[in-house]
Design a protein. Structure first.
Length: 273
């Protein structure tokens, strides 16, 4: 993978992580369009750019994160503690999927057909929010947090937007846009960091089965450190921009426009596939 390819893919990851258009799907589309060299970046590059977008979330939402920790250290059952519990509840479904079905999910990333179909599903979800007008609540309940967590778990599929699925699900449940945008971005931090730690463990301390599989498939060239650095910086900077923009956008804009885009992108991928 060259530095130019890393720059392009890093920008794609950072910009699409927070927009309801599926960062994983666009990352796979980008690799497909850039050719075999870009696809050779593999797991390490994907981890690096995903971690970069988590750091961009920490930068943009540092006030909200500081509010949560400040409240937790009061050791009281306050609003901050309730918010934290809701985030933990939302992590349960994706944690189960990550621990029990990780290999099956990763296998789907090689299928452009899956990406195209999931983009169409994302388009349908976003379009549905345009026509459904439930009463909006300012506080997310534990039950709603779990249901939104189910949407996040389903969004591990390439092409199914995580932010689009969680925000659309929350809106259909009757939660306010402002509350959802913030909650959606904060709830993804622990799962992504946890997944990154597990993947780094597999990279640096592979099991006997992984070594055997690697030997059977043939060794691949490691991604250059310079490409990883360029990808990380591109994803971080563009992620900061997209995170701030998306929070404002969710409050003001109709998500159906992103639905139309996802529908067109999904059809294009299926045609190319």
């Amino acid at each position: 993978m060259s530095e130019i390819q890393a720059l392009i893919l890093g920008l794609v990851q950072g910009l699409t992580e927070y927009l309801p258009v599926s960062s994983s799907g666009h990352l796979e589309i980008g690799k497909m369009l850039l050719g075999p060299e870009a696809e050779a970046g593999g797991l390490t590059f994907s981890i690096v750019v995903h971690v970069a977008t988590v750091f961009s979330t920490l930068v943009i939402l540092w006030k909200e994160i500081a509010w949560i920790f400040k409240g937790l250290f009061k050791f009281q059952w306050n609003e901050e503690a309730k918010y934290t519990v809701n985030i933990l509840i939302s992590m349960i479904p994706v944690g189960i999927v990550g621990l029990c079905f990780k290999e099956e999910v990763e296998a789907l990333f090689s299928s452009n057909t899956v990406v195209g179909v999931c983009l169409l599903v994302t388009a349908a979800l976003l379009t549905l929010t345009h026509y459904a007008k439930p009463r909006q609540r300012e506080t997310i309940s534990p039950l709603h947090a779990f249901i939104i967590g189910l949407a996040q778990a389903a969004a591990v599929l390439p092409g199914l937007s995580r932010s689009g699925s969680t925000i659309a699900t929350g809106l259909l449940l009757g939660n306010s846009k402002q509350t959802l945008a913030q909650f959606s971005f904060l709830m993804v931090i622990p799962p992504i960091m946890g997944e990154a730690l597990l993947d780094f463990k597999d990279i640096f301390f592979p099991s006997a089965e992984q070594l055997a599989a690697s030997g059977a498939s043939g060794a691949t060239a490691a991604t250059p450190v310079s490409a990883l650095i360029v990808g990380f910086l591109a994803a971080f900077v563009s992620g900061c921009f997209a995170c701030k923009w998306m929070i404002d956008l969710v409050k003001k804009c109709k998500l159906i426009y992103f639905g139309i885009y996802c529908a067109l992108a999904g059809i294009l991928v299926l045609v190319l596939a």
